[in-house]
Write a protein that binds this ligand. Structure first.
Ligand code: GLC
Ligand code: MG
Length: 249
């Protein structure tokens, strides 16, 4: 057993099976204390919604937090986003122009105010129209000269963020800061906004057994021996994957 960097999505990945979560939390805390492993949550949630799930599920204090689909990084319990990361994202980002470009699309229903963030504009978009709307929206945004990325998850959530940000790029930032190589970095997820975690490099990837079709489809098209599709759901699937890669016994 050795030191590793553990990165996990929260909803339907780390959280979703309370019993397995208790076991996983114990094992992670032990690895952190014994070997100096680091624990990072990478979620689409805003600070407000993160605090809710943290309290509700009594989550371990993370060593860093990636919120708002990778557009905000919080280090060592700080409640101010890392400024180096924010500065990197602000170049070329024009939130007002972005919002005004989206008003031409009645299918886009804005998410609650708490989920609209400095570098993230989020909507609900029904799955049956998404295939038609997303390419049109992408081309309108391009015409406006916006360098952004569309991230569609769970057949409903659409996030628009700067092209230089997503969960995967945020993990690269932490890896470099803390000097963890990809071989000892484990990323876990279940849905569309987690694809970036798996596609950014050769990190060890755990796809939980309850993964959404969009992630399974991506996994089937991008097989690699450093990605593991678990049988068990949520924290149970993570435990299974950590054993598979030899990070836990
Ligand atoms: C979380 C966020 C939401 C986002 C979704 C997918 O649910 O609250 O804003 O769209 O994750 O990233
Ligand atoms: Mg999830």
């Amino acid at each position: 057993m050795a030191k590793f960097l553990f990165v996990t999505d929260l909803d339907n990945t780390f959280v979703g099976d309370d019993k397995a979560l208790l076991d996983l939390k114990d094992r992670l805390e032990q690895s952190r204390q014994e070997y100096g492993s680091k624990i990072v949550y990478a979620t689409g949630r805003s600070p407000l919604l993160y605090q809710q799930i943290k309290d509700e599920k009594n989550l371990l204090e993370p060593d860093a937090l990636i919120l708002s689909v990778g557009t905000e990084i919080y280090l060592d319990g700080s409640d101010t986003p890392d400024s180096e990361w924010s500065e990197k994202l602000s170049s070329g980002w024009n939130r007002e122009l972005l919002v005004s470009t989206t008003t031409g699309f009645p299918e886009l229903v804005p998410q609650p105010d708490s989920e609209q963030r400095p570098f993230k504009v989020s909507f609900l978009l029904q799955e049956d129209v998404a295939q038609r709307v997303l390419p049109q929206l992408e081309s309108e945004l391009q015409k406006s000269g916006l360098d952004v990325k569309l991230i569609y998850s769970s057949g409903i959530d659409l996030d628009i963020v700067p092209s230089g940000s997503d969960k995967g790029q945020a993990v690269q930032f932490l890896r470099q800061k803390w000097k963890f190589v990809a071989e000892v970095t484990v990323v876990c997820g279940d849905s569309g906004n987690d694809i970036a975690l798996f596609s950014v490099g050769s990190e060890r990837g755990i796809i939980v057994g309850n993964a959404r079709p969009e992630l399974l489809q991506w996994y089937n098209q991008n097989p690699a021996d450093y990605r593991y599709l678990a049988t068990n759901f949520c924290a149970g699937g993570i435990l299974e994957g950590l054993k598979h890669f030899g990070f836990l016994e």
